[in-house]
Design a protein around this ligand. Structure first.
Ligand code: ZN
Length: 513
């Protein structure tokens, strides 16, 4: 590399390398999307190799020496003067350097051999998990989980976290600056309040389920989903919707975001709520500011903030009375034999029926965060050595009984239900609950700024909501860290109060508590 290159020249070169890496990553994401949606089964083996090559290339683009040298020079230049700011008017160069430096450090500290070893063990672990879940047999998966746990600890140690703080290191990876201490302080009281509320709800009669005993044609469900998705503002020229076994969202470019869903014949809304959820993720990706395009800044700032956007649309908006007032008549048009005689109130109560069960992804709004808090507490104990892998199923079942009054009848619907641990993704679960908390903090501020949204939602007018979310959250991409973003937008630190107040109010009214 030319040693006399100016800071502006360094920045330009770094942006080229970053841009190429983003293109490679997104090409890999397209192959991944295809694998989950349309790939014929015969193509799987070759696809795995193609993905490994592309991911390897993207990784190499990030950790190569030139990136390290350019970052070093730019960080020096930044501490001296503002030359780079002035050279690049619109592009937030200082945020770019900070974010890229974080990614670079995270990647470069992990030895290449270790990455390879991890990937291999992960493949075996996932295969073992699928088998173990099929046969309801945790013991068959336990040695792999032990290994994944050990790899995760090593990873955090490579990043520089001391032995007693390894779990903090993993939490920080997904949600910067939130560790065990902060999460315990937030989740502990929330757990107690939700548990109490659930007990009160359990004492009330179950409102019943208006979908039971019907079959809802999948083609009609799909048509309704497409109508709602476009109705809430998803631009068909900037994305598409397909079917996959597990719903997900993937951004393939600035103007191309893919979402997926799946349909259940017994429940016309399970597919729809996935669509609205993934739609919320898509709005975030599609709302990024143009100036961030092609750079590492053009992504959500954290898993928790991303999840706040999906949960806001799915739950706070999508499960509200005012949302369904105009949409329920449309749903009835699609399913008149099944729902023709069902009144709005009974329908609305089915949408918000609280029935604690063993499965996280099927949980209602009140139970959901308790599933997550249990996982967080178990992970913390696994890392601090208070719990061994072999003791995990028992601790899991005890927690489910204690928090949700649910008996797990086997490991498949208990400790083996989620894919995350088989992939070594420890520290990821909290972001789902954090999404709920951020969502309500943002939502309250949005109401404060633009006034109550009830009339807008009754008119199916979502424009003002989109503008607020774009201006305050989406536009910024990774320029703001999550803690800065929540403070800048709402004037408050992360807290569970807004979320709990929302839950308490909604379900007190619904259940007459
Ligand atoms: Zn999500």
């Amino acid at each position: 590399m030319n040693n006399n290159i100016s800071p502006a020249g360094c920045l330009e070169r770094l942006r080229v390398l970053d841009r190429e890496r983003m293109h490679i990553s997104r090409a890999a994401a397209l192959l991944q999307w295809d694998q989950e949606t349309y790939l014929p089964s015969g193509g799987i083996e070759e696809r795995a190799e193609q993905l490994a090559v592309l991911e390897g290339l993207a990784h190499e683009r990030l950790i190569n020496n030139e990136v390290g040298e350019l970052l070093g020079k730019l960080r020096d230049a930044f501490s001296l003067d503002n030359a780079v700011h002035n050279a690049q008017d619109e592009f937030p160069a200082d945020d770019f350097i900070r974010v890229l430096h974080r990614d670079y450090e995270k990647a470069v500290k992990i030895p290449v051999d270790f990455v390879r070893e991890c990937a291999k063990a992960e493949g075996l672990s996932q295969a073992a998990w699928i088998e173990a879940r099929k046969h309801n047999n945790f013991a068959a998966f336990a040695p792999h989980l032990e290994k994944m746990l050990d790899f995760a600890k090593q990873k955090a140690a490579f990043w520089g976290w001391e032995r007693t703080k390894l779990y903090d290191g993993l939490l920080d990876y997904y949600e910067p600056s939130l560790g065990v201490h902060e999460l315990t302080a937030i989740f502990g009281p929330l757990r107690d309040r939700l548990q109490l509320l659930l007990q009160k709800i359990a004492a009330k009669p179950n409102p019943g389920n208006v979908f039971i005993n019907h079959n809802f044609e999948k083609a009609k469900q799909e048509a309704f989903c497409r109508e709602v998705l476009s109705g809430i503002g998803f631009d068909g020229k900037r994305g598409r919707m397909d079917i996959s076994a597990h719903p997900f969202t993937t951004a393939l470019g600035f103007n191309d975001v893919r979402i997926t869903t799946r349909y259940a014949a017994s429940d016309p809304l399970s597919g729809l709520f996935s669509v609205i959820h993934e739609g919320g993720h898509a709005f975030y990706e599609l709302g990024l500011d143009k100036s961030l395009r092609y750079s590492s800044l053009a992504e959500g700032t954290s898993m928790g903030i991303h999840e706040s956007q999906s949960r806001l649309w799915e739950n706070v908006i999508g499960r509200s009375r005012v949302f369904w007032e105009p949409w329920y008549p449309r749903l009835k048009d699609y399913f008149s034999p099944e729902l023709g005689t069902v009144d709005f109130e009974s329908f609305y109560r089915t949408v918000n029926n609280v029935v604690p069960g063993p499965i996280r992804v099927e949980a209602d709004e009140v139970s959901y965060s308790l599933h997550i808090i249990l996982r967080f507490e178990l992970e913390e104990k696994l890392f601090s050595g208070k719990l061994s892998v072999n003791e995990l199923p028992e601790a899991w079942n005890a927690g489910m009984k204690d928090y949700l009054n649910v008996e797990c009848t086997g490991d498949a619907e208990g400790v083996l239900q989620d894919v995350h641990w088989s992939m070594g993704a420890f520290g990821y679960f909290p972001s789902y609950a954090l999404g709920n908390l951020y969502a309500l903090q943002f939502w309250n501020k949005l109401q404060e700024d633009i006034g109550t949204t009830d009339q807008m939602l009754r008119r199916r007018d979502y424009g003002t909501i989109h503008s607020w979310l774009r201006d305050n959250i989406h536009h910024k991409g990774r320029c703001k860290k999550p803690a800065e973003l929540i403070m800048d937008v709402t004037g408050n630190l992360l807290s569970a109060d807004s979320f709990f107040r929302y839950i308490e109010q909604k379900y007190t009214e619904l259940y007459g508590l």
